[in-house]
Design a protein around this ligand. Sequence first.
Ligand code: FES
Ligand code: FE2
Length: 385
Amino acid sequence: MNRQEELAVGRRLLGHIDGRTTDLAEAMFRNRVSAYSCRERAALERDRLFRERPVFMGLSTRLPRSGDYLTEDVAGMPVLMTRGADGEVRAFANICRHRGAPVAHGCGNARAFVCPYHGWTYDGAGKLLGTTDKVGFAGIDLSSHGLVRLPVAERHGLMFVRPKPIGAGESGAIDIDADLGALVPDLAALKLDTYPIFSADRVAPRINWKFAIDTFLEGYHIPHLHRKTIAPYFIGNVGTFDGAGLHGRMCVARTSIDTVRPVAEGERNYRPHVISIYQLFPNTILIWQVDHIEIWRAFPDRDDASRCDVEMTIYKPQDSDRPDAYWEKNRDIAIRTVMEEDFPLGERMQIGFESGATEEVIYGRNEPSLVHFHTSIRNALGVAA
Ligand code: FES
Ligand SMILES: [Fe+2]
């Protein structure tokens, strides 16, 4: 965020600490527990939230060189992303046009993709270069059997895909700045293209994908659930929240924020003391952790509303000379806190949601980020509850 914004957020946080307050939502929000467990709701979310909107795929530094590629299933769509010789990022359905095998696996660097099933070959721009049985496929038009293109965008060091093929007459362009709206100045200021990836971890907790995102959207639970891990470093139940369309930004203070008090207001450096948590709708949490970037993405399971896939990545600054052990420690703290404290409790809550004993959960006014997230979901789905 820019300097004025940093000072304003810092002032708001100190004001809340002094007044024992926090940013508040307009009202409490009641959500049906079925939103976390219902199959029909999950299908609607997949179509409206994941297939019709740009989905964040990682920082640009995941594909730093031409020829780099990655593959991932995004809400039921097998996706292949490549960086071409021209430096452009492209995305395709990772589905061979012969009989549908994935043409690429994992991630790496390749000049061409050879389908493992019968050897059809595609270039990094998705063009079918050749089949392997000239007689069997005599006359096939190679140019109309390339990989199916998906809309893609790369801006401010962030990559997005819309996992739905480009329709006839559609340009395939995504206006990501319009989508990110008020978050753009913050995200641009972070210079995210200067953070190479350090680690990627994946888990498949038995929770609905929204619960995985909820985990990051309030600091209310920190002094309770995380009292043995991160609680000593944060001021619990104190935060600022600013919505940006469907997205949002929450800022929380480290206990060290008190050290700025002796400094004149306009000269304070709040940066080491404030964690910014960006919620990129629908399924990404990008956390500016002062000296590195931590990103969580949650994807609904293909057919089970009670499961999701979660990825946690750590990106470190490219000019840092800290040893790997330092970043490893940060990774361990994140894993211990979320995967060993938040998600195991979440799995018990998911069982509770499905038991039928309660109908609702309540997000308090002191949890404005949660209220905004679930309001955004209802708005994007066009449902009232
Ligand atoms: S499915 Fe790819 S070559 Fe046959
Ligand atoms: Fe937590």
